[in-house]
Design a protein. Structure first.
Length: 189
């Protein structure tokens, strides 16, 4: 499947900003954050300053409960497709979920990859919460730096992350709806 979890409590400096469009689709209940990965370079090993880093603000303590992807990758020889990776995390736990769409493809070239729908991270035991600052962060990297420059490229596509507001947010929403209903009932009586 190409995803795995890795918890590391040390903080990583998310230095360089990326020109990656992340579009949240907020509604009551689960929402999707769509990350356009078109044209993102995969340059160096994890945590290198030359990698592409980005983030998006979500609700504080929101839960990341699902992920899907439909991407096209290109690996420059001698780099392989299975080396192109993106890691998701938060300020508190910067490395919570690794996605490697080309997992198993030990060759160079171009290939498209798509998940079979939304992968349930809760069922897989890979769900995680963003911190109190609400920052979902990610880093694109190459798991083995074969070249002195760009090892590969995310040619096209989108990664979608399913987000659920912190459970306490639902409680506050319910209280608000009850207060509105009570006020409406009082006015009609």
């Amino acid at each position: 499947m190409g995803i795995h979890s890795y918890k590391l409590p040390t903080l990583v400096a998310f230095a360089a900003a990326a020109a990656i469009a992340a579009t949240p689709s907020f509604a009551a209940g689960p929402s999707l954050v769509n990350i356009n990965v078109t044209g993102v370079d995969s340059t160096d090993i994890e945590d290198s300053l030359s990698n592409v880093y980005s983030s998006i603000s979500l609700d504080p303590n929101a839960l990341i409960t699902g992920i899907s992807w439909n991407v096209q990758l290109m690996a420059n020889a001698p780099s392989w497709l299975n080396e192109l990776t993106v890691v998701f995390g938060s300020t508190a736990v910067p490395k919570s979920l690794y996605l490697n769409p080309g997992d198993g493809d030990q060759f160079s070239g171009t290939k498209s990859y798509a998940s079979a729908g939304m992968i349930d991270l809760v069922a897989a035991g890979l769900d995680f919460a963003v911190g109190a600052d609400g920052q979902l962060k990610w880093q694109f990297f190459d798991s083995f730096n074969d070249l002195g420059g760009i090892d590969g490229k995310w040619l096209a596509g989108t990664i979608s992350v399913q987000v659920i507001p912190e459970p306490g947010t639902y409680g506050l929403m319910a209280l608000g709806l009850l207060a509105v209903a009570a006020a409406a009932r009082r006015r009609s009586a």
